[in-house]
Design a protein around this ligand. Structure first.
Ligand SMILES: NC(=O)c1ccc[n+]([C@@H]2O[C@H](COP(=O)([O-])OP(=O)(O)OC[C@H]3O[C@@H](n4cnc5c(N)ncnc54)[C@H](OP(=O)(O)O)[C@@H]3O)[C@@H](O)[C@H]2O)c1
Length: 261
């Protein structure tokens, strides 16, 4: 297959949850798609469904993004076959566990997917994005970027990385044709596991609850309006930014501990 003349949006973690909502939203805007997910997530069926429903060109690539070599192989495959004018770094993992009791693989997966895959895929696709007349990178962070919290511990640190990385890269690319934005959504009921975690958090979890389809729609709309940081929960955002650490850290830690118990 030789390199297509068409332009494509690349979405990681596209098989379900927010990633699937991004795929539907972008297909609805008649953008051609390269969908990426773990193997065995019915990605070929989704690619076919979006092709039929919206008449866009769709391709898919199944891989485990926690392995550095896989991210490099994915980037090489994309660069060989497609012109990319939008990269959505959506794949991301979280969870609530005691840090001491969590297996090493759990810690490693969160860091590799949220930090390594996001920054390395961006780095490898940047020359491709720069070749197009106008391009965008949309990184998915979280409200968790605004506060440390026990029993999540690694996750908020990685989402603070995603936010800081995105703002820095956007500043660095200010005079280029590539615009970088970051979205910091609150909780979304994207899977059974996440839904039961949110419900155990009580009022704090429910306070920031969002619908993934709306998050995708508003994020894409504001990205095209060149908003460098997209906040979708203004009240929670204000609370997390105005409340001193000595108050919010024990409060959040107590709420998350309820999920682990
Ligand atoms: N749900 C929430 O409450 C919430 C709140 C704030 C921010 N976020 C962020 O929003 C993004 C999407 O979250 P979600 O809730 O929709 O997803 P999710 O249900 O938590 O699933 C995890 C995501 O990471 C991908 N993924 C997991 N392990 C992977 C691996 N080894 N290799 C490749 N991809 C892997 C999954 O994609 P595939 O299954 O398609 O491979 C999926 O997109 C994440 O960055 C998350 O941190 C979520």
């Amino acid at each position: 297959m030789k390199r297509s003349e068409k332009q494509f949006a690349v979405i990681t973690g596209a098989s379900m949850g927010l990633g699937k909502s991004f795929a539907i939203e972008l297909a609805g805007k008649r953008m051609n798609l390269v969908l990426v997910s773990l193997p065995g997530q019915d990605l070929p069926a989704l690619a076919g469904e979006l092709r039929e429903r919206f008449g866009v060109e769709t391709h898919y690539y199944e891989t485990d993004l926690s392995v550095t070599g896989n991210v490099m192989d994915l980037a090489a495959w994309i660069n060989n076959h497609f012109r990319v004018n939008l990269l959505v770094n959506n794949a991301g993992l979280g969870g609530s566990r005691s840090f001491k009791e969590a297996p090493a693989g759990y810690i490693n997966n969160i860091v590799q997917i949220n930090v390594m895959a996001t920054s390395l895929l961006t780095h490898q696709l940047l020359p491709n994005l720069m070749e197009q007349s106008r391009s965008y990178i949309l990184n998915v962070s979280s409200l968790a970027a605004f506060t440390p919290m026990g029993y999540k511990t690694v996750y908020p640190a990685t989402k603070a990385f995603v936010r800081s990385f995105s703002r820095s890269l956007n500043a660095e690319l200010k005079d280029s044709n590539v615009f970088v934005t970051v979205v910091t959504p609150g909780a979304m009921k994207t899977s059974q596991e996440i839904t039961s975690r949110i419900e155990k958090q009580g009022w704090l979890g429910r306070l920031s609850l969002l619908d993934p389809d709306q998050v995708a729609r508003k994020s894409i709309e504001r990205m095209f309006r060149r908003d460098p940081e997209i906040t979708l929960n203004p009240i929670s955002w204000l609370f997390l930014n105005l409340t001193p650490l000595w108050i919010k850290l024990p409060l959040m830690t107590r709420a998350i501990r309820r999920e682990v118990a």
